[in-house]
Design a protein around this ligand. Structure first.
Ligand code: COI
Length: 358
């Protein structure tokens, strides 16, 4: 059985302290999947008080019933966070606000009728996954180890109902920049027909079910040279929501605005951190409705997310017209990118207590 063959962390080879993940070209990582050594698995069955102690196992395929809740009805959530290698003087690794991911998973689990790990279980599992895969954490400045926690209805079910068993799983992969543009500014297309989320739907939680439906507009936009799509609210088709993979900010003068998280917007942890960092810099930041007019008349536009970091937007195309924004040096997005990454990489003092050492 699964459990009996799982090695404990103590038996994981910890001798390899350096970045020596195979033949990786650390300068050209991108966001592709590089399989690593270990994954973390924890299970919970109907009637259990919660998830019991999880374990590391070799990274590999997972066995699922064809009738599992996740395969049939999409009962699943995911998370995304990163581990950064600290300077060689400091040693070790830094996680960025992992408790926030744990809490977001709990909120999503309630919406999707699933049990969730406690914050302590979640953070412990993330740390174990990082330590077991430490040789895959990129050298400082070259990227991060992307950590992907999953919570899925693994038990078999035929009628529409919550699955009788759940699996919490974490795997990890070394990543660099998300968009093929690297750190350069991206072009976005406003999508008018397809909507990402609706009031009363699941746009505000990180369910797997929010992501396959955006593949079609995303692929169409990519084929036209856009990096991603911006979605509009489905009721008025007037308010900007977010991109397929990240949140959105607009800057005009000294004011910054981002769509309020009122159920249809994913409450990004990078989003929340950037709001705070922009306020620290003296900007007025509003979480409110952001109309198409606000967007196209902005001085500066940028996207935020764990995967995308802080990515400047150079153009937005809406109804065939291309609107341009300020990018490069002396932009707020550049300043906030530096503020954020300095904390994440341990280059600046973490006055906010956002980082967790591993
Ligand atoms: C992340 O930013 O971590 C995400 O989950 C977005 C995903 C589409 C890569």
């Amino acid at each position: 059985r699964w459990r009996s063959s799982l090695p404990q962390l103590d038996s994981v080879d910890r001798s390899d302290e350096d970045s020596s993940g195979g033949d990786i070209d650390w300068d050209n990582l991108g966001f592709g999947l590089t399989p690593t050594d270990y994954m973390y698995v924890m299970r919970c069955s109907q009637g259990d008080a919660g998830f019991s102690r999880g374990e590391l196992s070799r990274y590999g395929n997972v066995e699922l019933s064809p009738s599992s809740g996740v395969l049939n009805y999409g009962q699943g959530l995911f998370e995304g966070l990163k581990a950064y290698r600290r300077s060689s003087e400091m040693g070790g690794y830094t996680l960025f606000r992992p408790e926030e991911n744990a809490r977001r998973m709990q909120v999503g689990a309630e919406r999707m009728c699933m049990p969730a790990p406690s914050v302590e279980q979640f953070v412990h599992a993330v740390k174990q996954t990082v330590l077991a895969n430490r040789r895959w954490v990129p050298p400082q400045g070259k990227g991060a180890l992307y950590i992907r926690p999953l919570l899925i209805g693994s038990g078999a079910i035929l009628g529409l109902a919550p699955a009788p068993e759940y699996m919490f799983l974490i795997y990890a992969a070394p990543v660099g920049t998300y968009f093929k543009e690297g750190l350069a500014a991206i072009n976005l297309l406003v999508e008018e027909e397809i909507h990402r989320a609706m009031p009363g739907g699941t746009g505000g939680v990180k369910t797997i079910a929010n992501y396959a439906p955006v593949l079609k507009p995303q692929m169409d936009a990519k084929s036209k040279g856009f990096a991603d799509v911006l979605y509009l609210d489905p009721v008025h088709k007037r308010y900007v929501e977010e991109a397929s993979s990240c949140n959105l900010f607009v800057v005009k003068g000294g004011a910054v605005a981002t769509p309020a998280t009122a159920g249809t917007i994913l409450p990004g942890i990078t989003r929340k951190s950037i709001i705070e960092l922009a306020r620290d810099r003296g900007y007025q930041v509003e979480e409110r409705l952001v109309s198409i007019d606000d967007l196209v008349s902005a001085d500066e536009v940028f996207c935020t997310g764990t995967a995308v970091g802080v990515t400047p937007v150079s153009t937005v195309t809406y109804q065939g017209t291309r609107y341009e924004f300020r990018t490069g040096q002396d932009t707020l997005s550049r300043e906030l990118y530096t503020d954020l990454t300095s904390i994440q990489m341990g280059l600046a003092e973490d006055k906010k207590g956002w980082t967790v050492a591993v």
